[in-house]
Design a protein around this ligand. Structure first.
Ligand code: FAD
Length: 392
């Protein structure tokens, strides 16, 4: 029986988490063992297989309703599964759960036709998407957009340049956010609008490829007068100019999922550190008996347990109907900063062993670094929290 404080909040989902962990052990760990030791990212076809297999078992996109191909599980359960994936240390486990290429909460606001055509295949793991929001001069300040969508009468013409887009090379559709120009010389005065665009749409193409620290590439996406029909606007006519509100509405869950992944990774790093400190000897004793080494591991244990409790409490509030952005910001800030420290400390405990290419900590050190940047940087989370405290 798990006696950690966070186990109190895991109650009720133990069987589901056990079933997921068993799937990871039985099916994914053997597949991951066949990957080359220094391959940072699994090949696209293997990722697609894992996605579909997990969807068939009901884990992938589990919080989506059954009529959309999900399992209708509570959001707290999803958070616990992401935690379990990170904690497993299995390179394929994160791909068994919906992430940046999976069903986007943005599409939950889609028209019935958009939901049927685009969201359902994403929930079933049968397709993949990318989100093109960031621009060269609009990162944290995400809605300072220069990509424009001009109304053309029966549709829209979209032009601009997006950057740092994940999954663009293997996505079937792109969700593109553009400044809305209502036509007839009005200029981009109509707020931001989100579009769903097939990746093979004429005028839409991948530009530069950026190699990321953890082997996950990012892409530039060029839109050279991409012409789309009116029903490409997410949410239909009501969605025109509504992208900021839709995006803000969908951010909380994404941030809590990132927090859960971070907690899992931190717990995995901690486990590796503790195991190593119990075995490795220096100066005639196990290094775990030295207080400087204990400090690394005990501080991590305390921080991880606190981050996990915070994340689970916020997930439970989501299930209770409260999606306060500051809650998600608190959890994401705490969990991502904790995970970066946890991996750093565990690597320190391993000395050169953890620094060598092929060691799990060497990969985690590069992988975890993105967590304080994606889904809003740590500073942006602090801005949100400060505002909620009446300081903004
Ligand atoms: C691995 C990875 C995957 C990504 N995937 C996608 C994707 O799929 N689609 C997509 O659209 N984008 C994606 N991005 C881009 C990501 O959303 C941006 O990197 C992020 O929003 C930060 O923007 P920026 O990098 O331009 O930094 P900037 O906004 O330029 O920030 C630079 C620094 O200034 C700080 N800063 C900015 N504003 C403030 C403020 N008001 N107060 C205090 N500090 C501030 C930031 O915190 C940061 O430290 C991805 C990024 C990474 C690293």
């Amino acid at each position: 029986m798990n006696s950690a404080p966070s186990a109190v909040l895991e109650d009720g989902h133990r069987e589901l988490v056990d079933a997921f962990e068993s799937f990871v052990r039985r099916e994914l760990v053997p597949l991951a063992a066949e990957l080359p030791e220094t391959a940072d990212q699994p090949p696209a076809d293997l990722r697609a297989y894992v996605r579909k297999r997990s969807a068939a078992l009901g884990f992938y996109a589990g919080d989506y309703p059954e009529e959309l191909g999900g399992s209708g599980m509570p959001f707290t359960a999803v958070v616990l599964l992401h935690h379990a994936a990170g904690r497993s240390g299995c390179a394929l486990a994160p791909y068994a759960l919906a992430g940046s290429d999976g069903p986007s909460p943005l599409l939950r606001h889609g028209t019935p036709e958009q939901i049927e055509r685009y969201l359902v295949p994403l929930v079933r793991g049968e397709s993949a998407r990318c989100l093109a929001l960031t621009e060269p001069h609009a990162g944290s300040d995400a809605f300072r957009l220069t990509t424009t969508a001009v109304r053309t009468g029966d549709g829209w013409r979209i032009s601009g340049r997006k950057t740092f887009v994940s999954n663009a090379d293997r996505a079937d559709i792109a969700l593109v956010v553009a400044a809305t120009d209502l036509g007839e010389g009005a200029g981009p005065t109509g707020g931001a609008t989100a579009f769903v665009i097939p990746m093979d749409q004429p005028g839409l193409r991948i530009g530069q490829r950026y190699e990321g620290m953890s082997g996950e590439p990012l892409f530039e996406l060029m839109l050279d007068g991409v012409t789309v029909p009116a029903d490409a606007v997410i949410g239909g006519e009501e969605g025109v100019g509504a992208a900021t509100a839709l995006a803000i509405d969908s951010l909380s869950r994404g941030r809590l999922v990132v927090a859960a992944m971070c907690n899992g990774v931190a717990e995995y790093a901690l486990r590796l550190g503790v195991e190593y400190a119990r075995e490795r000897e220096a100066f005639g004793a196990r290094i775990g008996t030295y207080q400087h080494v204990q400090e690394h591991l005990v501080a991590t244990r305390a921080e991880v347990e606190a981050a996990k409790l915070l994340t689970l409490a916020c997930a439970r509030l989501v299930d209770a109907g409260t999606e306060a952005p500051e809650n998600a910001a608190l959890a994401k800030l705490t969990a991502s900063e904790t995970a970066v420290r946890a991996v750093d400390r565990s690597l320190q405990v391993h000395g050169a062993t953890g620094w060598v290419r092929g060691h799990p900590l060497e990969f985690l050190y590069r992988y975890v670094r993105m967590m304080t940047i994606i889904e809003g940087t740590s500073e942006v989370q602090k801005v949100i929290i400060a505002k909620a405290m009446g300081l903004g």
